[in-house]
Design a protein around this ligand. Sequence first.
Ligand code: KMH
Ligand code: ZN
Length: 271
Amino acid sequence: MEKLIITAALTGAEVTREQQPALPITPDEIALAAEECAAAGAAIVHVHARRPDGTPTQDKAIYAEIIDKIRARCDVIVQVSTGGAVGMSAAERLAPVELRPEMATLSMGSVNFGDDVFLNPPAEMAHFLRTMQELRVKPEFEIFDAGMLHSLQRWLKKGIVNGPVHVDFVLGVPGAMAGTPESLMFLRSQMPAEATWTVASIGAAQLPLGAMAIALGGHVRVGFEDNVWYRKGELAASNAQLVARIARIAREMERPVATPDDARALLAIAR
Ligand code: KMH
Ligand code: ZN
């Protein structure tokens, strides 16, 4: 089996300090969390920026500061969010891609998101893809529901996307596909040939579905964006604590953990 790529989703757009006191918010805090996660076994950090007051932003200057500060500390792959927060415009969401990070997310469709609607109209998705292709930023296709994987298959068939593609199954968002083994097995069965996949599960599903992905040859995303708990009733102390647990389980299961350079090779990311 190929080495396991661990992604740390450090901050997200929705989690608050009230929910998770160790949430990294400032560029310095995010860079320190990235370094700690890389030391614990993360090859990729998924980054969302926040303003000093904690509100989410896609401000290019703040992303630039975060990326510079991460680069100064470690060699981890930086994946910027283009999901941003619900309600942001497409132009706003795309801004950090102009910094030419190694990776960026690309959500493959619209979906209910808690009490909100996360809108991703087809024309905007195509615009996001073209921009990433032009700037040579590797997309990670975010799959919240089964139809989104079908949309990716259509792009592949039409040659709009060329392999190898990398997808992230985001399971357990209220309004989207459930965080269950059955969801993961179904999506995996629908995967394009030669594609790589990771699983990001919300809350209590993060650990069991992460362990499943290790066994199935997929990859794993953990972190406060998706889950603030270490176990029931106990908040995680840091993002790195969640990364370290997955790395430990992977080693026990004889699945070596990928370095950032291993991940670049596995995902065909040109530097
Ligand atoms: N904050 C969510 C609405 C992404 O990073 O690309 C979207 C999100 C996905 O977090
Ligand atoms: Zn995100």
